[in-house]
Every structure is written in structure tokens, then in C-alpha cells.
Ligand binder design. Sequence first.
Ligand code: HEC
Ligand code: HEC
Ligand code: HEC
Ligand code: HEC
Ligand code: HEC
Length: 461
Amino acid sequence: MRASALAVALALTALVACGDEPLPVEELMKPETCQQCHPNHFTEWSGSMHAYAADDPVFLALNKLGQEETNGELGGFCVQCHAPLALQLGLTTDGLNLADVPQWAKGVGCYTCHNVVEITGTHNNPLRLAMDQTMRGGLRDAVESPAHRTAYSPLVDAESQDSSAMCGTCHDIITPAGVHLERTFAEWQTTIFAQPDPRRHVSCASCHMVVSTDVIAEGPGLDVPLRPFGRREHTFAGIDVALTPWPETEAQLAAISRDLKGALLPRLCVLPADAGRIDYRLDNIGTGHMFPTGATADRRAWAEIIAYDAQDQIVFSSGVIPMNEPYTDPEHLGDPNLWALGTPARDADGQPTELFWRVATIDHPGTLLPPAVTTDPMDPDFYHAVERSFPVPGLLAQIQRVTARVLIRPVPYALVEDLMASGHLELDVRPQIPTHLVEGSVLEWTAGGDACVCPNGPPCP
Ligand code: HEC
Ligand code: HEC
Ligand code: HEC
Ligand code: HEC
Ligand code: HEC
């Protein structure tokens, strides 16, 4: 059905003579075609996880393992989001042949977002593409493009709520076993950002695709005005990074640290209560969903607390990865005080698992940091900061200095080790897995001052 729809579209474009005709659909499906007039969009996107989604070695290994363990029943489940165009065109059915699929059809390409005409659900990619020569976006007055037709669509308008539903279709996963595994869209829907009032509402794209003062298209013969809102960034930076050689890795890392910077508002106190206690508070003020969100069964996010004495010797610590064992996941530290932000997922036997198809239960929201859900200070949900206490009984007189910060890592090392041990992953990608610092969470307390420190204090609210 899908393949024949494409054949019809291709036949139609072949029938009409050149001249003012836009490029054929098969050309418009290739991101390289767009590079000529939208070079900045292309460059940013080429380094994004959308471009990398079907090249990630961890993804390929997991899909292979999943197909084996389910006797192929997983089918197109993973590729429906990681290589949707390839699946739709019949270039793959289960992702096991991705090495032979042309690069332009892999990942989440330009055409997948800009050719959407309809959304028929809220999860597992129910996007319907028009398979035509029209690129849809947020402009109602696009100048004529020699390459494609243009049309306004609320589904690809960052100012419209509907664009969040477009992103949400893939950023919300229900597994074949019926487990609501990733819930970024569902989480966003509970926040103040999902308000129907257009003046108040903040879409996924408003936060994740920042505006810059560039023209939208450039090139010989094009007369394109500089628009008041410029152009939208297409890096789609999150937490994940390319683990193999890939374009624009520095730009991705820079965008990740930029976006993480304002995500959390911290407070750090050292108190005489309970014979000595360090309190670290985190307020998820900058995201439009839980922190972290999405692939939270895989994410490792945690607080690192270190207390020093007058000789700068460590007298207490939590969440510190030992230097001589860098490939340690926080849960393997044996740290009774560890503050991890996550959603433990378990299989049918109650054992922890990161393997999607085995997951029977997920503890959502678990210890994720909740977002702002109301602007009414009288509402009990208004205050959504979370605080954890770290006991330091009897140590207060010694403690001179305390540092606190939040670290986040896209995938656990243990998963990579398991996939290598089972022969599904050949490359040891552990050295490439970053541990990002959430810059805005960093605080330092020193003895002799106030009990609490925070970014704009003391005094701290
Ligand atoms: C030959 C040049 C050229 C090529 C190639 C090209 N475009 Fe465009 N595109 C333009 C021009 C010109 C505009 C209008 C810009 C404006 O009005 O500010 C435009 C506008 C757009 C818009 C905005 C539409 C709207 O109504 O909001 C999108 C989306 C878009 N292009 C996507 C693409 C994609 C995806 C590709 C590759 C398949 C592509 N373009 C290839 C020239 C081009
Ligand atoms: C994950 C979905 C997605 C992908 C993939 C994507 N875009 Fe976009 N794009 C958007 C959204 C959303 C907007 C914002 C439209 C608006 O509000 O005007 C946008 C805007 C645009 C615009 C209009 C000008 C602007 O910057 O606001 C152009 C041109 C464009 N994209 C080209 C591309 C090209 C070329 C690619 C691939 C190299 C691409 N896009 C990939 C979602 C996507
Ligand atoms: C067709 C499915 C699809 C759509 C539509 C889609 N995404 Fe994605 N997105 C993905 C996949 C798959 C990944 C993960 C790729 C990987 O890490 O291997 C991803 C990754 C991301 C990441 C990076 C996550 C990380 O942890 O690094 C961000 C940010 C993101 N998308 C934002 C958006 C926004 C904003 C929109 C809407 C404008 C959108 N996405 C629409 C499938 C989609
Ligand atoms: C109010 C701004 C805001 C809104 C609205 C928002 N986000 Fe985010 N998002 C953030 C910030 C800030 C981060 C943390 C920085 C980072 O991960 O790079 C983040 C992180 C992410 C990540 C990285 C995954 C992780 O581990 O946390 C994904 C994926 C994502 N957002 C997708 C979405 C989608 C999809 C929507 C809409 C349904 C959305 N976001 C709405 C601000 C926002
Ligand atoms: C409904 C769409 C969807 C489906 C189905 C899906 N993914 Fe993803 N995947 C995503 C999105 C979106 C992200 C980015 C998540 C984030 O950062 O919050 C992602 C991220 C990933 C990542 C990188 C980050 C991480 O968690 O390690 C891997 C690997 C991955 N997916 C593997 C798979 C496998 C294997 C399957 C099939 C069993 C699968 N995905 C099915 C949408 C999907």
C-alpha cells in the first residue's frame, strides 16, 4: 500500500514537464537536496540524534537482540521511529538490513517532519505523510521556492500546540507488551506549557528549536526576506551523542551543555539537624517535562555531593565515580545515600532490565524531577522542588566545604558491556559515552557563612 502510494507520486511527477515544476518526491526525501538552499538547517540536523537514530551502534545492537529474543515479533517496532521513511518505503521491515539501506532514508529526516499532513494517535509514530512535493512549515507567506511547494501547517508551526503533538508522536512509546515506556509527550501535557491559551503555551519546538537571526533560505536567484523571528535551530540537542565518527559533534555537545544549563535550580544547605545533615534541593524549572525525560530507563542522572575538611580531605561523599574505575554506573557504587533520578524498569520476574521488549513494569515517575504543572501558588502542586538529605552525623565541626552538582549520562555502561558480551555489539563505545555536567546545578558551601547557598543567594528562598 505504502510503496504503491509512492509509485503513484513518482509517476505523477515524471508526467509533468520540467520548468516551474518542483523536484520529484524521491529527491525531496533526501536531506542533501535541502542543503543547497537551507545549508544551516542541514548542517545542524546532520549532527542531530534525528540524523543518527538508525546509525547508533547501541540501537543496532539492541534491535538485533530484540528481534532474536522475540523470534522476529518485534518487526518494525523500533524502526518505525528510528528509520520511519525506510520502513514506509519498504526498504526495511525489521531494521536488520540497515547497513544496506541508503543513508538518506535512515533516521528522522527533513521529509518525515515537513511532509506530515495528519496525526492519527499519541504514541508510536502515527504520522501520515502526504508523499507530495509540498514542504509544510510555520510560514503563511513563504516566498516561492524553485525546489518545492510550500504550505502552512500547524503540525510544523512552533507557535502551535499541534506541533507538540507532532513531536509527541515519537517521543512517547508504548511497547508491544503495553508498557508506557517513554512519556515525554504525556508529561508535557500535564505542564503549564501545554495550556490552550496561545499566549501562555510553550511547544516542544519553542524550547528545543531556538530562533536565530538568519534568513530561512539562501542561494543564487533567491530573494528571501529576513523574517522577524529568523530561523529555527535544528540541532535537536538532548543528552545522547554520536558514539561513532559523525558530523558536528562539537556543536552538539555545546548545544547540550547550553540547554542543560538552565534546566535545574539548586539549593545546598548544611544543617545541625539530626546531628549533622547536608540538604540538596533541585527544582526542575527549565524543562517542559520530567527531568530527565524520555529514555529514562537508560538515562543515568544523579547528584554528586562531596564534603571536605580543613585539610581538603574528603570526609563524606555520595555519587562519586571512582577515578580508577571510570566505567562504573552510579547504581553499582554501593552508595546507600545515592540520589539517582530515574525510573527503574523490571521484567516479568521483577529483575531490572533496559531491554524494551522485556519490560513488564516501569516505576514512572519514579525519582524523576517533576515540572511546573500550575501557576496558582495556592495549588498544592505549585511547589515541585525535591530535596534530599545526606546524613553527616558528628562531622559538622570538621566540614569546611561542600560541593554539589548533577551529572547525566545517556546510556549505562553495563548495557554496553552486556551487548558486547552477547556478541551483539562489536565496538567498545564506553569511552565515547559522555557524562554531562548540569552546569546550573553546581553549588559550593563554605563554613562560616549562611546555612544555605543558592545561585542568587544567600539569603536563599
Ligand atoms: C532551490 C532552493 C530550495 C531547496 C533545494 C529547498 N528549499 Fe525549502 N525553501 C526555499 C525557499 C526560497 C523557501 C521560502 C523561504 C521564505 O519565504 O523565507 C523555502 C521554505 C521552506 C520551508 C518553509 C515552508 C513554510 O511554509 O513554512 C520548509 C519547511 C522548507 N523550505 C523545507 C525544505 C526541505 C525539507 C527541503 C529539502 C527536501 C528544501 N526545503 C529544499 C528554497 C529551497
Ligand atoms: C523533527 C522534525 C523536524 C526535522 C527532522 C526537520 N525539521 Fe525543519 N522544522 C521543524 C519545525 C517544528 C520547524 C518550525 C517551523 C515554524 O515554526 O515556523 C521547522 C522549520 C524549518 C524551516 C522553516 C524556517 C525555520 O527555520 O523556521 C525550514 C526551511 C526547515 N525546517 C528545513 C529543514 C531541513 C532542510 C531539514 C533537514 C535537513 C529539517 N528541516 C528537518 C521540524 C523539523
Ligand atoms: C519520526 C519520529 C520523531 C519525531 C516526529 C520527532 N522525533 Fe525527536 N527523536 C526521535 C528519535 C528516534 C530520537 C533518538 C535518536 C537516538 O538517540 O538514537 C529523537 C531524539 C530527539 C532529541 C534528542 C534526545 C537525546 O536525548 O539526545 C530531541 C531533543 C528531540 N528528538 C526533539 C524533538 C522535537 C522537538 C520534535 C518535534 C519538532 C521531534 N523530536 C520529533 C524521533 C522523533
Ligand atoms: C519549557 C521548555 C521545554 C519544553 C516545552 C520542552 N522541553 Fe524538552 N527539554 C528542555 C530542557 C531544558 C531539557 C534539558 C536539556 C537537554 O537535555 O539538553 C530538555 C530535555 C529533553 C530531552 C532529552 C532527554 C532527557 O534525558 O531529558 C528530550 C528528548 C526532550 N526534551 C523532548 C521534548 C519534547 C518531545 C517536548 C514536547 C512534548 C519537550 N521536550 C518540551 C526544555 C523543554
Ligand atoms: C515511538 C518511537 C520509538 C520507538 C518505537 C523506539 N524508539 Fe528508541 N528512541 C525514541 C526516542 C524519541 C528517543 C530519544 C529519547 C530521549 O532522549 O528521551 C529514543 C532513543 C533511543 C536510544 C538512544 C538512547 C538510549 O535510550 O540509549 C536507543 C539505543 C533506542 N532508542 C533504541 C530503541 C530500540 C532498540 C527500540 C525497539 C525495541 C526503540 N528504540 C523503539 C523513539 C522510539
